[in-house]
Design a protein around this ligand. Sequence first.
Ligand code: ZN
Ligand code: ZN
Length: 233
Amino acid sequence: MSSGVLHNFYCSKEWIRFREMIIQDRSKEGFVCEECKGLIFSVSDIHIHHITELTEQNYQNKLISLNPDNVMMVHKVCHDKIHGRFCSGARKKERGIYIVCGPPLAGKHTYVEQNISTGDMVIDMDRLFEAISFKEKYNKPDNLKYNVFGIKNLLIDNVKTRYGDFKSAWIIGGYPNKVEREQLANKLGAEIVLLEVPKEECLKRLENTFDYRHGHFKEWSQYIEEWFFHFSK
Ligand SMILES: [Zn+2]
Ligand SMILES: [Zn+2]
């Protein structure tokens, strides 16, 4: 599993700029995968791989994280192969409980999507609202919140007692308050993944979303402000 700090690194301006530079530089003779030498046909299929693997300990060392000599431009599938994600038994993830938290627009869903395996359970208020309101994502009728909380608490209890057959569990939430999130983590034996995306970046992302939140900019920028107001580290 990639850690929160690494996720934040991959969201940073430095990395995004560096990544663009690498792609621009290396695509001059066509988009060629440096692993299999085949062509890369779509931009979303371009992955930048670190030869010396990025870790929580070394990511701040630019000779490793932002060094053109330490990266390869490869296909997504080739990237997976390099990391042995398809080798049987390799990189087998242990069952874990994770609290993925941070401000609105921090990329909590994306983070879970990137780390989840089949059979894992996700507890996410947004999705629970969707399930019982039949509304589009992020349109959360306030009167349903008690029922949504009810389901969420039931599922959290299930995680606590390890009821059911789920593999890992991912609990998505704001959890700005340090004491509260640590209490929950202790109660569940969970690991906290805090995505510390700066407020300006969250607001910028909000401007660039085209889902329900886009038409409700004021309401959602207020959620962002509130999160940062209550945030303690
Ligand atoms: Zn390839
Ligand atoms: Zn890689």
